[in-house]
Design a protein around this ligand. Structure first.
Ligand code: ATP
Ligand code: MG
Length: 652
């Protein structure tokens, strides 16, 4: 029996070298690792130098207040200036910043000059509404250009934003507005989702009823729906922003000035208000975006499909790409409106070269079938990225083959709301990737996998993912709760940041993320990760998605219970599908990992950011009442799954 904190069950022998031309022209070459290792802080100072500072810093890192770091101490800069104005000043005003595509098919083209005018106007309008440096502004918006403008306008005047995902309920919005003590909310009448206008303003009205300190609600007209109006409090964006001056001189703020707070997705429990600051955050966003996505501002069309309400949208739709003067695609709606090929149609139309998305989307496309993307010309795609969850090796292979034309490198990027930017990822022109592995910490990043005693595990073993050195874009705390900050991340291992994720190092020392440590299953004394069993299931040709959990078992301590979604091409899977899948897992990773039960389900419970919520499945598997579902995207899913239960008897 293994005494590892986490067993290492799977091995993967496939390797994918970057194409030669890609490697030759890549922004990041192999020497970047050595260069960073030689003098880590000097390396980060070099990255910070790529930004425009009004006043240069005195000290790169001050870690004396650990676990709260200060980066580029004494430096001053303006984030909006760095993301917009400096590009215009350098003569790139006519370059497109965003090709925006609305769900109904309306489009807008926004250049860097447009962005400069709009952000300046919005900054002036916010000032006229009494917003001052340091005030929090809540942004509750659909995926429209004004959302980006609103964020940059806040950054420009030093008013930290708190973006709340537009799919959240009035209650979720109210608690976040209260937690941040925001006095102004920026919203829209609604946005287009699934072929119809979805409303936002009524949720704001309901939330504000519980937030008496909210002074103003600034409303963008997007859908033209009728909205209730509170005179004196509500103001139209087209009234106050459009009429404001398009001249605004940005003020430089301290490197540690708060840039935003953002609540985590709530996969494991109550969301935490994560605080990010200015200089270090922007430095690491720009650095990672440049090297991980190999961005070439002259020729690339980059598309990050995340919602701007998540950290991925903050760092890789707004701050990183704009700091690097990228041309991006931004899409308002859902992937299957009006048809399941919509994303590929958009990618073809704008000539997307770099696509960054999440495994949940990839597995959905896999379920829908190869013939849908095959109808579109995706030949310009040269690089693919993944974030948010583990990408199962088969989903990785599918992504590369069907979307990446069997040639585009894939960067599987591990990071969190808390880390602010990518931490572990291949370098696309350097790394020979392995499907399912995030590979190595980026140059400048200190990360390791440790055992219960905080000792790095040897290659071939599993344990806990930790960060060993402070990094520029690290969170500076949980808003209003310094104790929870220390307790959650810094109390488990002395001096190390504990990420909450399990991981292993393979025989080459490459890192594989293995899911949340809270989800680890203990079967007959073996500590088995959910990820490895899920990946074994997804490697079967009939399976599109899988989620496994450990359920109390009289003989083995815990038994593995699997929930699977079949691919469209598999029909209902046939009479023996359960037996077939159990045998498949036993063959792929051994009898110990064979699920006790397998349930074929139509859907899985996911957070609004698309991550599987295993704790709810554990409730089902252990016949308990379903726990807190407030962060669940679609609560009817749990009924669909519970109905399946009686037929889920164990085979032996
Ligand atoms: P909460 O902390 O409230 O439970 P959350 O952890 O889902 O919410 P995020 O910060 O959006 O909120 O997600 C970060 C987590 O997502 C990571 O800790 C990890 O579990 C998972 N993750 C992100 N990228 C990857 C990746 N490339 N591979 C594996 N897991 C990933
Ligand atoms: Mg988390």
């Amino acid at each position: 029996m293994s005494s590892d904190a986490l067993s290492n069950l799977m091995s993967e022998n496939r390797r994918f070298e970057p194409p030669a031309e890609f490697a030759a022209a890549a922004n990041a070459q192999a020497d970047l690792y050595d260069h960073a290792a030689k003098d880590r802080l000097a390396f980060w100072a070099e990255q910070a130098d790529a930004l425009s500072w009004e006043q240069k810093w005195d000290t790169v890192l001050d870690w004396s207040g650990a676990p709260v770091a200060k980066w580029f101490v004494g430096g001053k800069l303006n984030v909006a200036y760095n993301c917009v104005d400096r590009h215009v000043e350098a003569g790139h005003g006519s370059q497109v910043a965003f090709h925006w595509e609305g769900e109904p098919g309306d489009t807008r083209t926004i250049t860097y000059s447009d962005l400069q005018r709009e952000v300046s106007k919005a900054a002036n309008a916010l000032i006229a509404l009494g917003v001052k440096t340091g005030d929090r502004v809540c942004i509750y918006m659909p995926m429209i250009p004004e959302t980006v403008v609103a964020m940059l306008a806040c950054a420009r005047i030093g008013a930290p934003h708190s973006v709340v995902f537009g799919g959240f309920s009035a209650d979720a919005l109210a608690s976040r507005v209260q937690d941040a003590d925001a006095r102004v909310i920026i919203t829209a009448d609604g946005g287009y989702r699934r072929g119809a206008p979805a409303v936002l303003k009524p949720a704001v009205d309901e939330a504000v009823a519980k937030c008496p300190d909210v002074r103003n609600v600034l409303v963008v007209r997007r859908t033209g729906q009728d909205v209730a109006w509170t005179e004196g409090r509500d103001v139209w964006w087209h009234d106050v922003v459009d009429s404001a001056s398009d001249q605004h001189t940005p003020e430089a703020f301290d490197s540690e000035h708060p840039l935003y707070l953002l609540y985590t997705s709530g996969t494991t429990g109550k969301p935490k208000g994560i605080l990010h600051t200015t200089g270090g955050y922007l430095t690491q966003c720009a650095y990672t975006h440049k090297y991980v996505f190999d961005i070439k501002p002259e020729s690339d069309v980059y598309w990050c499909t995340a919602d701007v309400g998540w950290v991925t949208g903050h760092s890789y739709i707004v701050y990183g790409p704009l700091a690097n003067r990228a041309t991006s695609v931004m899409y308002e709606g859902t992937p299957d409106t009006p048809h399941q090929g919509r994303w590929w149609e958009v990618a073809e139309k704008y000539g997307v070269t770099i696509l960054y998305t999440a495994p949940t989307a990839i597995r959905t496309f896999m379920k829908w079938g190869d013939d849908i993307p095959a109808k579109f010309d995706l030949s310009k795609i040269r690089l693919l990225g993944s974030v948010g969850e583990n990408i199962n090796p088969e989903a990785w292979i599918w992504y590369r083959r069907v979307i990446g034309g069997d040639k585009a490198p894939i960067v599987d990027t591990w990071w969190q709301t808390e880390t602010g930017a990518i931490m572990i990822s291949p370098l696309p022109g350097v790394t020979a990737t392995k499907p399912g592995s995030a590979m190595r910490p980026l140059p400048g990043i200190g990360a390791d996998v440790v055992d219960d005693n905080a000792k790095p595990v040897p290659n071939g073993h599993g344990g806990y993912m930790v960060l060993t050195e402070p990094w520029p874009s690290m969170l500076r705390g949980i808003w209003g709760d310094p104790e929870r900050f220390k307790e959650t991340y810094w109390s488990r291992f002395e001096g190390l940041y504990f990420a909450g994720d399990g991981a292993k190092k393979d025989d080459d020392g490459d890192v594989w993320l293995l899911g949340r440590v809270d989800d680890v299953m203990n079967v007959s004394g073996h500590r088995i990760s959910t990820t490895e069993v899920e990946s074994a299931l997804v490697s079967h040709e009939k399976v599109a998605e899988a989620a496994v959990v450990g359920a109390t078992d009289a003989t083995t301590g815990q038994g593995i219970v699997a929930f699977v979604i079949l691919r469209s091409s598999a029909g209902d899977g046939g009479a023996d599908v359960v037996a077939e899948l159990r045998a498949h897992v036993a063959k792929e990773i051994g009898p110990i990992a064979k699920p006790r039960q397998i349930m074929v389900v139509p859907e899985l419970p996911k957070t609004r950011s698309g991550k599987i919520m295993r704790r709810l499945l554990r409730d089902v598997a252990e016949n308990r009442d379903i726990g807190d579902v407030t962060t669940l995207a679609d609560s009817s899913v749990m009924n669909l799954i519970s109905e399946k239960l009686p037929s889920a008897a164990s085979e032996d």
